[in-house]
Write a protein of this length. Structure first.
Length: 388
């Protein structure tokens, strides 16, 4: 990249050179003072002082422009502009009207280096000083009008450029912030998905591995079946992880109900599942959220509860806000997903997932066990908005 974008500082020597050359182009209007030094008939000592003064003015002007936006204090910038204006006045009074053009650069530097609240006063101030000196310097009246217009227009044009740069910098920072937030959100999504995907599969693998270990060496045939189940679960877990990372996996309630029965049975927990199949016509987002809720709930029952019985219910209820699909998972175990007042990562991620789908999560212990209830709207937000 050879150029420098608006609101960007030069990042290498080539970009710095481009910026210096672009700024130096506008120094061509100093041809009048240069011509005066070359052909104005000044004495040798005056010429030397004139060249030194012009060189100091250009260096000071360039430094002031290049320091703009680097956190300089306003008082320091005002002091630098005052020095620039004083030097311009001294050169114009001693060398003649050709040097009044320096005030155009003072005005432009004011617009570039100061915020608008101050530049709206310093730009007219530099123009007024230019007009006052034009009345004093011999022949200044003839060039006053030709210099006042560029001074005013150039100064206020630079305030617009400064505001454009400030806005561009703010947009760049906002875009970077949005990108960071999106990356964080994606990391959270992957963390939730991986937890939900691998929690039940690893728990089932652990249980079946323990069963296989107890069956050996007395029942090698039964142990072999358990090992075969472990291989199948492992392969499915690998497929699920790949699909989740790709962002394409949407779990289905029917599949999760079948998986829940397998997991509970392997853990020697009596499973009471809905006799009716999962409702049809439910929006994908709501169904996926409930499927994740069922997986998380069953995983917690298998891993933490120590329950002997687990009841899963799936109901469709009518509320003033519309149809709601409710999933209830209740066990009779003494344990739970986490200590009181400290929900685990699984329930926290599940609550976030349900909230995004427009639903809610309830998870409470009671005297005879633990109950988790997940609710989601039966229709998507778009369907509700369109009256479907």
């Amino acid at each position: 990249m050879s150029g420098v974008g608006i609101g960007q500082r030069p990042e290498n020597r080539r970009q710095q050179t481009v910026k210096v050359m672009w700024t130096a182009i506008w120094l061509v209007f100093l041809s009048a003072p240069v011509n005066d030094l070359l052909h104005g008939g000044h004495a040798g000592a005056v010429q030397v002082l004139g060249w030194a003064g012009l060189g100091a003015f250009v260096v000071w002007y360039m430094l002031l422009l290049f320091r703009t936006g680097r956190g300089d204090r306003t008082n320091a910038v005002l002091g630098a502009l005052a020095v620039l204006a004083a030097e311009s006045a001294l050169l114009a009074l001693t060398l003649g009207r050709e040097w009044l053009v320096l005030f155009v650069y003072v005005s432009i530097a004011s617009g570039a280096a100061l915020p608008l609240r101050l530049a709206r006063w310093t730009i007219p101030g530099a123009s007024v000083l230019l007009g006052a000196l034009a009345l004093v310097v011999p022949g200044g009246r003839a060039v006053m009008a030709a210099l006042l217009v560029p001074a005013l227009l150039g100064g206020f044009a630079m305030t617009g450029v400064r505001e454009l740069i400030r806005t561009t910098v703010a947009l760049r920072e906002a875009r970077a912030t949005v990108a960071r937030l999106a990356a964080n959100e994606e990391r959270l999504r992957l963390a939730r998905d991986l937890h939900d995907l691998l929690g039940r599969s690893l728990s089932l693998i652990t249980l079946k591995s323990e069963l296989a270990g107890r069956m050996l060496p007395d029942h090698p045939d039964k142990a072999a079946r358990q090992v075969a189940d472990i291989e199948q679960v492992s392969r499915q877990a690998l497929v699920d992880v790949r699909e989740a990372v790709s962002g394409y996996r949407r779990p289905r309630l029917a599949e999760e109900l079948a998986g829940a029965e397998v997991a509970l049975t392997a853990a020697r927990i009596v499973a009471e599942l809905p006799a009716e199949p999962a409702p049809t016509g439910v929006c994908e987002e709501s169904e996926a959220a409930l499927a994740w809720a069922l997986r998380e709930a069953v995983t917690n029952v298998v891993r933490h509860s120590g329950a002997r019985r687990c009841v899963v219910e799936l109901l469709e209820r009518r509320t003033p806000a519309g149809a709601v699909l409710e999933l209830s998972v209740e066990d009779d175990g003494a344990g739970g997903p986490a200590p009181a007042g400290a929900p685990g990562n699984g329930l926290t991620g599940l609550a976030e997932r349900l909230e995004k789908a427009g639903g809610a999560l309830e998870a409470n212990r009671f005297r005879h066990g633990f109950r988790l209830v997940a609710r989601v709207p039966a229709a998507s937000a778009a369907d509700i908005g369109s009256g479907a």
